[in-house]
Design a protein around this ligand. Structure first.
Ligand SMILES: Nc1ncnc2c1ncn2[C@@H]1O[C@H](COP(=O)(O)OP(=O)(O)OP(=O)(O)O)[C@@H](O)[C@H]1O
Ligand SMILES: [Mg+2]
Length: 291
């Protein structure tokens, strides 16, 4: 039987904390790949390995890791789409693993490859999703137009079919859709990866402004060190599914710089020294890759 009594090791969840992640773990069975050495063919791969951290209300918390380090798996568990094999997740004090229905109205997520009705325009898509969330037609229309404009999607574009839009523009619509319902916790999985510099800046500016205005807590994954430093109050480095370092960008830099001047130590260097890996290197292609 699962005990729900708080103990010294498992203190009572704090309703003021946006996110309280305790020892979350996810394992996947490895696919069989013909031709690979026997030791790499079978077994279990731990994609997220005993991860714990907390995010305050109104904080932007960054999870930085190379391809395959476990970022999306972590986000899928936090958003209640995937059950952890071990560990606990609390969103504003609500148990996301045992009571996902209590948690879903509090959060929203932008995935790395969002899906839409591509024959419909951004405004039509937002109206559909807004109504599905129970917003009134009028509220959806005014909020959608305002958010799209702030993201730099002009009025004409907002009425064209989405299949005519670039990936950057589609990503902006995904961000608009996620913020339409005013979630208290936003999970952004690489919201700016692959965007042109202009679109990237539009999305970053929007994220920073919304945090300031609405006090929404944001968990953001990225490979982009500049973005992490620009937006995040604290960041965690994820490698091999584990958090190997956590702190403010400045503290992480100072920790690695030692006697060196801070401006000689960029975040790529900090990441490499703390994780022993290159942020651009795909973890699956390493010696222990899971093929
Ligand atoms: N459904 C699944 N079945 C099996 N293995 C999976 C599954 N989802 C993820 N994995 C594996 O778990 C590991 C972490 O994957 P994940 O997608 O979480 O990484 P990521 O950090 O988001 O990478 P990227 O930067 O490429 O998006 C990888 O080895 C991946 O192959
Ligand atoms: Mg991912």
């Amino acid at each position: 039987m699962i005990s729900t009594e708080p103990t010294a090791r498992h203190p009572e969840p704090d309703h003021r904390l946006a996110l309280d992640v305790r020892g979350v773990t996810k394992r996947f069975r490895r696919r069989r790949v013909p031709g690979l050495a026997r030791s790499r063919r079978r077994g279990v791969h731990t994609a997220v390995d005993d991860v714990s951290f907390k995010v305050d209300a109104g904080e932007i918390y960054g999870v930085i890791g190379a391809n395959g380090s476990g970022k999306s798996t972590l986000i899928r568990m936090l958003s209640t789409l995937l059950l952890p094999d071990a560990g606990e997740v609390y969103v504003f004090g609500h148990d996301a693993v045992r009571r996902p229905l209590a948690v879903r109205p509090l959060l929203n997520r932008v995935s790395a490859d969002p899906s839409f009705f591509r024959a419909m325009s951004p405004m039509e898509n937002l109206r559909f999703f807004g109504r599905a969330y129970g917003l009134s037609g009028g509220a959806v229309r005014s909020r959608s137009a305002a958010i799209l404009e702030r993201l730099g999607v002009d009025g004409d574009k907002a009425r064209e079919p989405m299949l005519h839009m670039s990936r950057g523009q589609q990503q902006k619509v995904a961000v608009a859709r996620a913020f339409l319902t005013s979630p208290r916790l936003m999970l952004l999985d690489e919201p700016t990866t692959g965007l042109d510099p202009r679109s990237k800046r539009d999305v970053q500016r929007f994220v920073a402004e919304v945090r300031g205005e609405d006090g929404v807590a944001i968990l953001l994954t990225t490979h982009d060190m500049e973005e992490a430093e620009l937006l995040c109050d604290r960041i965690a480095f994820l490698a091999g599914g584990r958090i190997v370092a956590e702190g403010t960008p400045l503290d992480l830099r100072k920790g690695v710089a030692g006697a060196r001047p801070l401006d000689e130590v960029d975040m790529e260097t900090v990441f490499m020294e703390l994780t022993g890996r290159d942020i651009e290197e795909d973890e699956e292609e390493g010696p222990d890759g899971n093929g």
